[in-house]
Design a protein around this ligand. Sequence first.
Ligand SMILES: NC(=O)c1ccc[n+]([C@@H]2O[C@H](COP(=O)([O-])OP(=O)(O)OC[C@H]3O[C@@H](n4cnc5c(N)ncnc54)[C@H](O)[C@@H]3O)[C@@H](O)[C@H]2O)c1
Length: 256
Amino acid sequence: MIPPSDHPARPVAAITGGASGIGLAFARRWIQEGGRVVLLDFSPSTLADAVAKLGPDNARGLAVDVTQNDTVLAAYASIDATEGRLDTVLNAAGIARPAPSADVSDEDFTLMLDIHVTGTMRSCRAAYPLLKRTGGTIVNVASVAALTGMPGRASYTTAKAGIAGLTRTLAVEWGREGVRVNAVGPGYVRTALIDTLIAEGKLRDTLIRERTALGRFAEAAEIAEAVHFLASPASSYVNGHLLMADGGLTVDGNWY
Ligand SMILES: NC(=O)c1ccc[n+]([C@@H]2O[C@H](COP(=O)([O-])OP(=O)(O)OC[C@H]3O[C@@H](n4cnc5c(N)ncnc54)[C@H](O)[C@@H]3O)[C@@H](O)[C@H]2O)c1
């Protein structure tokens, strides 16, 4: 039985990595449509800032580390008890840790897979019973790294390709329960994750602009728009799809 809720009528989105970047941009987009969000993220102080920006009537923050299954389970139990419904999940928690493949440690490689692939799986698995009740949706965040080879990004490209594979399998496994599962593949967005790589000299912004057919970075709000399409009934017959929102980066064969 669905417990009583203070916000029974508002569609609820749970967002891992929701305190920053793409996750936070989607939170704004969901709220704009009248929804409520629960942000599942690392740091309590970043979460508190994000909730203050979105408004406490619209958002709630829960300290979750997606590598720790007990925190993920507790978050969805809390959503069930407090919001009483769940309509969509965006799995956007992620980090980047580039290293030459010959030097990458088992520890770093495994951590990237744990956060991105197993973390996404933990969240999907815990959300599934709630999403079955609403015929809800899941959107996982992949990347151009899911489709391309990138020197010095072995763990990231492997993790993002893994997310694409996981998305396809959950889509065919859960489709008959009315739960659609899709992924978005962003190109480059100037979030904290990318700003850090640029500051560390591990990414050059001029090269990104040159390599992207639209000639610029994406705004986080543009990626949120693609996520919103996949999360909403506008995409009611789209299931298991990886929607690239990359400014034409992965289809660009203009090398001459
Ligand atoms: N920014 C880009 O250009 C870009 C491109 C393609 C894909 N992505 C992907 O988009 C997603 C969001 O990244 P972003 O660019 O918005 O970066 P961001 O750093 O702004 O946001 C990532 C959020 O994930 C949270 N997080 C990290 N590890 C976590 C964990 N173990 N448990 C819970 N939360 C955790 C962080 O605290 C942060 O709030 C990531 O999966 C990233 O790989 C980003």
